[in-house]
Design a protein around this ligand. Sequence first.
Ligand code: UDP
Length: 329
Amino acid sequence: MRCIVTGGAGFLGSHLTESLLATGHAVAVIDDMFRGSQKNLLGCKGMEDYHLIMGDASNRANYEKAADKLRGVDCVYHLAAINGTRWFHERPDFVIQVNLDSLRVALDFAITRGARFVFTSSPEAFGEQPEMPLDNNSDSLFSSAAQHGRHSYGASKYLGEILVQHAVKEHSLDARIVRPFNGYGPRLPGDAYGQVTGIFLEQCRKGEPMTVHGDGQQTRSFTWVEDIVNGTRIAGELDEGLDGSILAGAAFNLGNPEEISIYDLAKLCLEVTNSDSEIRHHEIGHPGDSRRRVPDITTSEQALGWSASVPLQQGLESCWRWQIAEHGE
Ligand code: UDP
């Protein structure tokens, strides 16, 4: 396939780009490097079937350039978005603008070109839904907008799924939705705008206190990046589900059902890194935080033949080896 990957220089995007190229597809990345980096794509540089368009995924002209490079387009993998929980609180206006504007332009492009579409949504699209596991029939639950901007991200993904479903019904777009659950692995940002596994491993490396929000009893289902990327790639590759299901409009949770509390994650990071950082509880974490997050992956197993293959401890060990190679101990 000739694939456009928006946000292809980011954490998930760069791994997806590598995976698509390794599977024999051609890829044109569109990324303005706001959170992505060219360094993430160094392994692809110089490859015949790889192209990089440095620019905004909300600008149609960049898609035309990408399609020119590929001499056509078969599938658009849309990952471009502002992620990183701190951004949701600090710049909800920006998060909503980038996430929805880029999606509308990407969808419109795919519709006019007759390309297949894969939208990277998120379990955050369900907001603070307390009932687990999350499946395609779970309701979305968002706290009052006056309290905080946290759900700028989740609500943008929820509205994004509505836009995608509308394009499937009204424009016959062959679009599929994936929801990665707390992906982690090499290149995950570990700065203040990053995600918890990146932050904890970075704190262990520097011997700094580990910042556990609240009582640390909130849970997540951390999923190894290559597992997520395989599921995302397959969601765009298959013409129909392995169970014979129609994939247009189908949504897939890509998550490791191994649930762990954030406090236990901090302890596991200490064990894996052999660090003597202390665990410190911070009263103020991220308002609007989900207490639990567990995926139902039945649909992904049946239609994509997908399930998570890497246990958390093994993934954290690989991540740690990467951090050491990258920064030294
Ligand atoms: N978290 C934490 N300490 C940190 C960063 C995050 O305890 O320094 C917690 C956060 O409150 C949440 C979980 O880790 O409960 C996952 O946070 P992240 O921002 O990585 O992603 P989320 O799943 O909330 O989108």
